[in-house]
Ligand binder design. Structure first.
Ligand code: V0V
Ligand code: CO
Length: 139
């Protein structure tokens, strides 16, 4: 597995506007991208923090991954995303090691990225996302 830089930290929030105000006004970060990603059940905001992003994710429905997380654990760090050059290759490598992944095949993520998730139960309690840069723009 060839991991690149830390791409983003995903933070689960109930109120996207309140979270945005906090990150903009208190931490001074700037929103560079906003998207509703129906397939993942999230409304997200990306804020640039140096070479990485903070990804604020609010659930589109209570039975979505972030909706369930909020109900069980409340607001907080939800996942960590790492850049990889090739998500499909990384998944094939993990499969060869019989490592538990959530997504058997890559999915479409924020700003046209290609993504896949590794299960928190196999990653010592942390949901890990692999992110391959796409042709889209995240700011
Ligand atoms: C759940 N658990 C977590 C967790 N979510 N542990 C650490 N971090 C998380 N984020 C724990 C939960 O506390 C339970 O532990 C156990 O896993 C089973 O949870 P559950 O509530 O029954 O939920 P499941 O099993 O239905 O689903 C959990 C998984 C699901 C992780 C499989 O959330 C998933 O598929 N996530 C990947 C997709 C996703 O999160 N999308 C939103 C971000 P106990 O109680 O058994 O101990 S989208 C995104 O980031 C995008 C688009 C992007 O960056 O581009
Ligand atoms: Co993410």
């Amino acid at each position: 597995m060839q991991l690149g830089r830390l791409d983003h930290v995903g933070i689960a929030v109930t109120d996207l506007a309140a979270a945005r105000a906090l990150y903009e006004q208190v931490l001074g970060l700037e929103v560079t991208h906003e998207e509703v990603i129906t397939e993942q059940g999230v409304h997200e905001l990306l804020l640039r923090a140096g070479e990485a992003y903070v990804q604020l994710v609010a659930p589109l429905a209570p039975d979505s991954p972030v909706g369930k997380f909020l109900a069980k654990r409340g607001e907080g760090v939800h996942h960590v995303g790492y850049a990889v050059p090739d998500v499909a290759a990384a998944l094939a490598e993990l499969r060869a090691q019989e490592f538990e992944v959530i997504d058997p095949a890559p999915r479409v993520g924020s700003g046209g990225t290609t993504i896949a998730f590794l299960h928190p139960k196999s990653m010592q309690g942390v949901l890990v996302e692999l992110v391959e840069e796409g042709t889209g723009h995240r700011g």
